[in-house]
Design a protein around this ligand. Sequence first.
Ligand code: ADQ
Length: 458
Amino acid sequence: MGRLIAISNRTAVDPKARAGGLAVAVWESLKATGGVWFGWSGEIAESEHRVLHAHHDEGVEFLLTDLTREEHDGYYLNYANRVIWPVFHYRIDLASFDRDAFTIYAAVNQRIARQIAPRLHPDDVVWVHDYHFMLMADALRHTGWEGPTGFFLHIPFPAPEVFRALPEHHWIARALCAYDVIGFQAERDRYNFVQYLIDDCGGEDLGEGRVKAFDQTITVKAYPIGIDAEGFREASRSAKADEAAERIGRFLGGERELVIGVDRMDYSKGLPERFEAVGRLFDNFPDMRGRVSVTQITPPSRSKVEEYQELRVELDGLAGRINGDYGDLDWIPLRYLARSYSREELAGLFRIARVGLVTPLRDGMNLVCKEFVMAQDEDDPGVLILSEFAGAAEQLQSALIVNPHDTDNVAEAIHTALTMPLEERKSRWRRLRDTTVEQDIGWWREKFLSDLSPGGLN
Ligand code: ADQ
């Protein structure tokens, strides 16, 4: 039986990092096959000598590499986070195109491939994750590796017009076609990629998820990622969840409804637009004043990247203005907490929230909306408001689907959600729950791995 070999920028070498959905899914498969997880250690090496550090845990081997300062800045900070991330989220205006950064990005993919190749067994199955390693299969093929190699992109794949803005678009597309299976979050991502191959690379859609391009025939499909649905439901019933729910309940004072948003601080998440929509809610529906409290939990991320620092300043200003304009002696309309909470605490907050506000401008999938669904009480479930630009909108059509740029539309949806009759809330929620449970993280993993390794892994 072959081993699963996972490659991703960050790994779950720290057991605390194994709580999230993706880490659970990859970790379980690695344990079952005595697999290996390659990735960045999170450290910046002082010397040019980059060895792989090995750690063993429950039969899984972690092989981690440090990055040099130049690699970290070129590959990770600049190319991955300041070129690919904005372009793939349709923010060409925020991209800092930089040829040198791409050269370093390619070199890091090649360097790591050369370190991995000698450790692969002929029957291993390689599964590469996300936009940091789009060139990995191509680099591995150059070392002579021929085994099954799959790629899953966690972020959106943009429309061909937008992808073409990337100076290296052709190089990247060609390298992607060295994979056997390419997985996207949503059908529209798959469509964009295949359309680009057809328009720009003489590609051909063979039907049933098969595509021919660059003399390769590959599987290209949407595999919408799920969460550990049952695990999250349990987390929302834990003692820590109860405690968090009680703490926020004390703040709400028993009469006010909670509207909750939980996102990393990222310009793709549509937070300024969401704050504006909250302002519109109190303008357009004055009866909502004093009756709801919006809590937005947003831990700062990538704080070294300038665009993220600017976002922080913008959010601080907007939250201050909304509270200044609408707040009262005994009411804070918008609470904005720039910190993270444990999975259990978040689950407890989701559980007592009447509305979950998930309004990214672009999101590969978005897991928060699925977590919100699983935390609800069957007898009195809350309402999910979901952006049409989250990958999850393809699956969760029973949510209130909104255009996050249209702040009046979002304000109206919040009002609809807060006044929705119990029966409608229940029937919408049941459909959302059924999909989230059926298409959970295990379903996603099996769907991808059975295409990559039809003989089976575990
Ligand atoms: P992210 O952009 O990080 O993921 P998301 O899918 O929402 O977005 O996952 C975030 C996770 O972090 C959730 O499990 C959430 O509970 C947690 N989290 C968010 N804010 C938190 C806070 N304040 N405290 C603690 N935890 C918090 C990327 C892509 C997504 C894709 C995922 C998985 O951008 O589109 O869904 O990968 O493929």
